[in-house]
Design a protein around this ligand. Sequence first.
Ligand code: SAH
Ligand code: SF4
Length: 302
Amino acid sequence: MKNLPKNLIDFLEGSCYISVANIEKKLVSRYDKTVKYLFRLNDWEYVETVVMSYRHGYSICVSTQVGCKMGCTFCATGKSGFSRSLTASEILAQIESAQKDLNIRISNVVLMGMGEPLDNFDNVVRFIKLVSSENGLNIGMRHITLSTCGLVPKIYELAELKFPITLSVSLHAPDNKTRSMTMPVNNRYPVETLIKACRDYFDITGRRVSFEYAMIDGVNDSDNSARKLGELLRGLNCHVNLIPVNSVKGSDFKKSRLDRQKSFVEILNKYHITATVRRTLGSDINASCGQLKRNHTQEGGK
Ligand code: SAH
Ligand code: SF4
């Protein structure tokens, strides 16, 4: 920037830095062109980002923390501990690096990578404002989804901001016994409290909540579980995404059989709840969060 005055350059050098997401590894799926990045941040921490290509455009799944404190037992990120939260610019840098590398424009953002977005509330809110700003990447809030394991007080804080984003809640079980087994956060904010917060979120924002439900063979995929889930969500304007669980190193959870997935959808529909089984993208490149970083770390990376 030789065209800037020397004192401005000195000032910038002394007070600013540029967040970059350097490509450490890049995997491209042979089946569906899903791209997964392992990005290296300024301090040599690593995060994962996935770019998915759909008919309506490109969607990016960004990380909000290096690791996660929440310790869900089925999650590769949860197993690798917590290092630090990302700044708003580090979350943005993932999108900028991917767009530049692939020469594309991203149209949808999901905060569903490594980390718990609501455990990094201020930076995530700043990121949402920046990414949706006309002076920023100009990706409208209706094209942004934030996924949370259910930090109830933060759900209320988010509701008060009345952002037209989609809130996606990782439920994964219809009762406290099963949910606490896989998600320790449930001991703090049990199912009833969480669902009440989701109902209130809808009342405050007018935005339909979506639920993630990772189907684990023999754990949460019985007809009885589906009926309990139907009862729990009765009357709530919502959508349920069923995801056959991805197996991760160090846990022996297996995905539910196809007939279980079908039966779940049918039972939920009887409760007038829309449910879809999520298509698995990038299955050959371990596209679900935390796995690439874990492998890299265990290979002797940081
Ligand atoms: N911390 C947030 C967002 C990141 S996790 C949250 O938990 O919602 C993004 C999604 O991936 C969550 O729904 C999470 O439960 C799910 N997930 C994590 N590990 C998974 C696995 N092995 N199989 C399927 N879904 C998984
Ligand atoms: Fe954290 Fe989400 Fe993984 Fe749970 S599922 S450990 S909250 S990243």
